[in-house]
Design a protein. Structure first.
Length: 96
C-alpha cells in the first residue's frame, strides 16, 4: 500500500493541507490550478458578494463541464491499456 504524502494547496486564497498518494499529487495540483484560474475568471466577469459565491460558481462549472473531460481521460486510459497489451503480445510473438 502506498504511503500518503502531505501537500499544501491554495484554493481561493485559503491554504489546505492534504494527504495524497504520490502518484495523485500532479493531477491534484493541475485541478487546483484549474479551479484557481476559474475563480479568477469568475471574479473578473461576474459580481459576487464573497469568495463563497465564486467557489459555488466553480463547483457548478466543474459539475457541468468536467464530466466530458473525465470520460475522455478514462477513454485514453482504456486505449493506453489496450495498446500496452497489444505491444506485449507482439513482443512475445516476435521472441518465439
Amino acid at each position: 500500500m502506498e504511503e500518503l504524502i502531505p501537500i499544501n494547496v491554495v484554493v481561493g486564497d485559503r491554504n489546505y493541507r492534504l494527504k495524497v498518494k504520490p502518484g495523485d499529487e500532479e493531477n491534484l495540483r493541475k485541478v487546483v490550478k484549474i479551479v484557481n484560474a476559474k475563480l479568477l475568471e469568475f471574479k473578473t466577469n461576474f459580481s459576487g458578494k464573497d469568495m463563497q459565491d465564486y467557489i459555488a460558481m466553480v463547483l457548478l462549472w466543474l459539475a457541468t463541464e468536467q464530466p466530458s473531460t473525465v470520460s475522455s481521460n478514462q477513454d485514453l486510459q482504456d486505449i493506453s491499456g489496450k495498446l500496452k497489451a497489444l505491444q506485449k503480445s507482439i513482443t512475445e510473438n516476435l521472441n518465439k
